[in-house]
Design a protein around this ligand. Structure first.
Ligand SMILES: NC(=O)c1ccc[n+]([C@@H]2O[C@H](COP(=O)([O-])OP(=O)(O)OC[C@H]3O[C@@H](n4cnc5c(N)ncnc54)[C@H](OP(=O)(O)O)[C@@H]3O)[C@@H](O)[C@H]2O)c1
Length: 409
């Protein structure tokens, strides 16, 4: 283990979600005790304001200055810590130099990105380096994709216990959720939609459900895709496309690949939103699908994109209020079926808004797991997923400290 001043550095501590994360880490771990952590960002002044806003307990919180575009400053950051958790986004714009430096210096890393095209690019460019240096890189440690990735992991572990075999077919349905969007998330969506709108090769690449799996991975099954309203007899309700499914399904498939097809060679996984029963459910499903399609179209066309950015979406540093975060929640239902027809139903819930209150707690525990639980032996360097690297240990942490529940129904 490399000898450093810190176990963990939060890079992007002054971002909307970074501030929530710092408050959470302070509450969970204090400063300089079980977890030696520091806050980092590009502005000393903003970092000092953050420390002040965190109160007296944070008086001794170390602050470090680094710029996402300055490799030398990122190298200094990496020399001082074993793990970096980054909330500097959009990651596709600012994230690559830090991945490069972490991969070459053997520094473990986790983040909140859900930008599949960027993750794929990072794997292609830096996986060999990370393998050699021992750096474990774990993307998608927020709402996308921890509940989906660990929800499937939990269901499959239970299937093995009960049936002695995994479920070949798993579906996840979002039963309910409440929350909001921050400026950083809105900017990330717009960067991606803009890039994809003018790049057919990129659209083709991200349409591949196995786009994050190794190139030589040869899956046997055709994956489900829910692009419009549809009746789901397994849940007795109408369903509509789920905005995060294009990220979550790719991460779940990568987990299966990294876990040596522990979910099966013919494993299929799909996600959607439950819209309700009867005619009301049908109309609601059609409304959700049309709303999502309309948003994507508006974001892809320059004049309407300008109007969305100027009048509708939150600006940099803005996001849901503490009250909205407290009142937020999510409730996700999983149904698994083995090749022999045995069924298992599982529920995953969170007690804060998915994107911020809950994501910050998931990211904090993923980072703590990386810093305190998963040693390098048996967990070599490379690009991991939350389920493949943390598995059971993170489920325990999330249930004990992050307001998540994993239950068999
Ligand atoms: N997957 C999920 O579930 C999930 C949930 C929430 C957020 N996210 C993602 O997390 C990211 C952050 O979101 P947010 O709303 O918190 O963003 P935000 O408030 O807009 O913050 C962006 C941060 O990036 C920092 N930054 C920009 N350029 C930099 C540079 N050159 N060097 C160092 N720092 C730099 C900014 O620093 P200053 O403070 O100095 O301006 C700011 O702290 C976004 O990519 C978002 O999509 C994902």
């Amino acid at each position: 283990m490399k000898s450093t001043s810190f176990d963990l550095v939060v890079f992007g501590a002054t971002s909307f979600v970074g501030q929530i994360l710092c408050r959470y880490l302070l509450k969970q771990f204090g400063v300089g005790d079980e977890l030696r952590w520091a806050a980092a960002g590009r502005s000393q002044e903003k970092l000092e304001q953050l420390r002040q806003s965190l109160g007296r307990r944070a008086a001794k919180l170390p602050l470090l200055v680094a710029d996402a575009a300055d490799e030398a400053s990122l190298r200094e950051l990496c020399a001082r810590t074993r793990v970096i958790v980054s909330t500097v986004g959009p990651y596709a714009l600012y994230g690559e130099p830090l991945i490069k430096v972490c991969a070459s210096t053997g520094t473990d890393y986790c983040d909140l990105t859900g930008e599949v095209h960027w993750i794929r690019r990072m794997i292609k460019r830096y996986e060999d380096t990370a393998r050699k240096s021992g750096a474990r890189i774990v993307h998608c440690c927020g709402f996308d994709s921890i509940p989906s990735d660990l929800g499937v992991f939990f269901l499959q572990r239970e299937a093995m216990r009960r049936f002695g075999r995994p479920c070949e077919r798993v579906t996840m349905r979002v039963r309910a959720m409440r929350g909001g969007v921050s400026g950083g998330t809105a900017a990330t969506m717009m960067v991606f939609i803009k890039e994809a709108a003018g790049n057919p090769a990129l659209r083709k690449e991200i349409a591949n459900p196995y786009s994050l799996c190794p190139d030589d991975y040869r899956p046997a099954a055709r994956q489900p895709s829910i692009s419009g309203p549809r009746f789901d007899p397994d849940f007795g309700a109408w369903i509509a496309p789920f905005v995060m499914s294009a990220v979550n399904t790719r991460i779940v498939q990568r987990s299966n690949a990294l876990l040596e097809q522990a979910y099966g060679r013919d494993f299929t996984y799909g996600e959607a939103v439950l819209a309700g029963k009867g005619i009301k459910g049908r109309l609601a499903a059609a409304g959700i699908a049309a709303g999502l399609g309309g948003f994507m179209l508006a974001a892809a066309i320059p004049p309407s994109r300008w109007a969305l950015e100027k009048f509708v979406l939150p600006g940099v540093g803005e996001g849901p209020s503490p009250e909205t975060q407290r009142q937020g929640f999510f409730d996700m239902r999983f149904l698994g079926r083995t090749a022999g027809g045995q069924e298992l139903r599982v529920k995953v819930t969170g007690d804060r808004d998915p994107g911020y209150g809950s994501s910050a707690k998931m990211l904090g525990q993923a980072a703590a797991c990386l810093a305190l639980d998963v040693t390098k032996s048996g967990r070599p360097g490379g690009f991991w997923t939350p389920a493949a690297l943390f598995g059971e240990r993170l489920i325990e942490r999330l249930q004990a400290h992050s307001g998540l529940s994993f239950e068999v129904l």
